[in-house]
Write a protein that binds this ligand. Structure first.
Ligand code: SF4
Length: 304
């Protein structure tokens, strides 16, 4: 593999988060390429880059409101961070900053008090269970550590909330965000469940729940924030899903390291977010083309 470079601080990347466990449950090839070989596409989709840049602005903004800002926010200014992440895309950096300025105006005098910004939390699977309630099948992975990196944990109305920023294109007809409806898109989200299980294991204050801060990323700007009404039953069962995914991941890794090829799941190649990051590789005509694509179109994350 050639053409690989180390990737520095970025919003969003968690070392062993819900996306990784989700990949283990959905497609072995996806898991192997993305989390075993640690490959990422060189070119991100334009809307993804804009979303990343808006997240970067928000991360620096909320970090700057803390009494003790996290080290990453001191190592690099917001502008330096944007320049690096948006290299070669000055127009997109400008759009992200415009959206961010509109956000600041909309929430001037905000009551959110940031407690953690872009912080990675870690917890063992065993910490999700009282000893007597842990089924035997979970024992082998009880010491495995799972992680989440959340946009923001803040105090809001005297309670602690986990917040995820979501940028969206909004509704082309009304120019506003799409109506929130029941928020069902997020109420059964593995990311929401995993983050809450981990953060509740890590923080010594009660965590009230999960909130979504939505931002329409183009003019006319529109913003809203909503708390999620999660099913207590689904939330409770999510810890079993996390354990199950970890067992599955362990099995895939063992087989790959024994020389077996990971198996595809073509049900997962195309979602409402568009094609899987490795769509062009898996749909190539020959192994040679696949290898060439992997060499030229992907970078490898640094570290282990
Ligand atoms: S394109 Fe399909 S088969 Fe290939 S990694 Fe993605 S989900 Fe798996």
């Amino acid at each position: 593999m050639t053409n690989k470079k180390e990737i520095e601080f970025s919003t969003g990347a968690s070392s062993r988060g819900s996306h990784q466990l989700g990949a283990a449950l959905s497609c072995e090839i996806l898991w192997a390429l993305r989390y075993h070989q640690r490959l990422r596409p060189v070119a991100s989709k334009p809307w993804q880059l804009l979303g990343t840049l808006v997240h970067t602005c928000l991360a620096h903004y909320f970090a700057s409101l803390m009494d003790e800002p996290p080290q990453w926010s001191l190592d690099e200014t917001m502008d330096e961070n944007l320049e690096r992440e948006g290299e070669g895309n000055p127009e997109m950096i400008r759009q992200a900053k415009d959206c961010f300025e509109a956000f600041k105006m909309r929430y001037a005098g905000d009551s959110w008090i940031p407690l953690y910004v872009e912080n990675e939390f870690k917890a063992s699977i065993g910490s999700f269970f009282k000893h007597e309630e842990m089924p035997e099948w979970i024992e082998p992975v009880k010491d495995e550590v799972v992680t989440c990196k959340v946009d923001l944990v803040c105090e809001w109305g005297g309670r602690v909330w986990v917040v995820d920023h979501k940028t969206s294109s909004g509704n082309s007809r009304t120019g506003r965000l799409n109506s929130w409806g029941s928020g069902s898109e997020y109420t059964m989200s593995p990311q929401v469940f995993q983050n809450l299980w981990i953060i509740r294991s890590c923080i010594d204050r009660p965590v009230a729940g999960f909130a979504i801060q939505r931002l329409k990323r183009s003019t006319p700007y529109d913003f809203d924030r909503q708390t999620l009404q999660l099913s207590p039953i689904a939330y409770d069962k999510a810890r079993y899903m996390i354990a199950d995914a970890t067992l599955r991941e362990r099995d895939i890794k063992k087989r790959i390291e024994a020389g077996e090829k990971p198996r595809p799941n073509y049900n997962q190649c195309y979602s409402r977010w568009g094609p899987c990051d490795f769509f062009s590789v898996c749909s190539a005509d020959t192994a040679r083309i696949q290898s060439s694509l992997l060499d030229t179109e992907y970078v490898q994350l640094g570290g282990k």
